[in-house]
Design a protein around this ligand. Structure first.
Ligand SMILES: Nc1ncnc2c1ncn2[C@@H]1O[C@H](COP(=O)(O)OP(=O)(O)O)[C@@H](O)[C@H]1O
Ligand SMILES: [Mg+2]
Length: 284
């Protein structure tokens, strides 16, 4: 029997559901506390329990990336792989991968200086959106409404770490019904989707910011663009953010450590069980 090593630093609803799903199908899953592990980079003196495949569920993006890289370098398969995770973790790398594959996404510029960022905005027009290249849950994603506020927001990023001065700026996409779509891709299948509707006074739909979820039927259009986005990055498991626009659907971002605590009770689709099956399949 194959063993799945689930590396996590916080057992949330999502991780509990994975444990239950594994129990239900008599699959062997060991929970590995990401806080307690150490790994020898120059050799094999690791204290991580042996597994045939590791499922990376750390909350910290960077910790997740490094654990994945080390385990893969020692020959272990990890879901998601480093190749996939490193592209998804970085919004700019994601944008470039989507562009290369011809998958539509919001028009995006990158600038490295406040003045050139402001010049970019003259081309892109207001309102626009600035995002940190690394980050999630809608944090530090700001609308740029006019040159004055844009300058102030850009200046405020100067007091933050160097990565916040990679100015990733994109067109503001008017959302139909102040909602967007999250689809779930496991391997080569789109297993379900939800609408995410922004909370009162919010334009970002993240559930972490009070966004509400509704069932969204997986239309052929959603299926097609979600699979294209996933293929643009590689074989893996993804939460794909889609924006509905008058010009058709856009991929906003692709998440590699998906959360599904809202989606599973709402849709009844057993994502955790499918994730376990996917891991066992990759472990073969
Ligand atoms: N260009 C955009 N136009 C309109 N809304 C956007 C745009 N980019 C992001 N948003 C909104 O902000 C939310 C968070 O942005 P996202 O890029 O998904 O970052 P995060 O990784 O923090 O979730 C999105 O789910 C969407 O509702
Ligand atoms: Mg998002």
């Amino acid at each position: 029997m194959k063993t799945i090593g689930m590396i996590t630093d916080r057992v949330r609803w999502d991780e509990k559901a994975l444990i239950q799903a594994a129990n239900k199908k008599n699959a062997k899953l060991v929970v590995i506390d990401g806080k307690s592990i150490f790994l020898e980079a120059t050799g094999d003196f690791d204290n991580i329990p042996e597994a045939d495949i590791y499922l990376q569920r750390l909350v910290s993006t960077f910790k997740g990336l490094y654990v994945t890289k080390i385990l893969e370098s020692k020959g272990y398969p990890v879901v998601n792989s480093y190749a996939v995770s490193s592209v998804c973790a970085d919004k700019l790398l994601t944008t470039l991968a989507l562009r290369k594959a011809g998958v539509p996404s919001p028009r995006t510029f990158v600038a490295f200086d406040i003045d050139s960022a402001l010049s970019t905005l003259e081309e892109l027009k207001y309102p626009a959106v600035i995002k940190p290249v690394f980050g999630s849950w809608g944090r530090l994603i700001a609308p740029l409404m006019d040159p004055q506020s844009a300058k102030a927001i850009l200046e405020s990023r100067e007091s933050m770490g160097a990565l916040y001065q990679i100015y990733y700026i994109q067109e503001f996409v008017e959302k139909t019904g102040n909602r967007d779509i999250r689809s779930f891709v496991i391997g080569d299948k789109v297993v379900t989707a939800i609408y995410r509707i922004a909370g009162q006074g919010e334009w970002r739909t993240n559930t972490a910011l009070g966004g509400r979820a509704e069932v969204c039927p997986v239309t052929p259009e959603i299926e097609d663009i979600s699979l294209k986005a996933a293929q643009a990055i590689g074989n893996g498991v993804y939460g794909v953010d889609l924006l509905e626009t008058p010009k058709g659907m856009f991929v906003n971002e692709v998440n590699h450590t998906m959360e599904y605590h809202t989606t599973v009770p709402l849709t009844g689709v057993d994502i955790p069980s499918m994730l376990i099956d996917y891991c066992l399949e990759i472990a073969k």
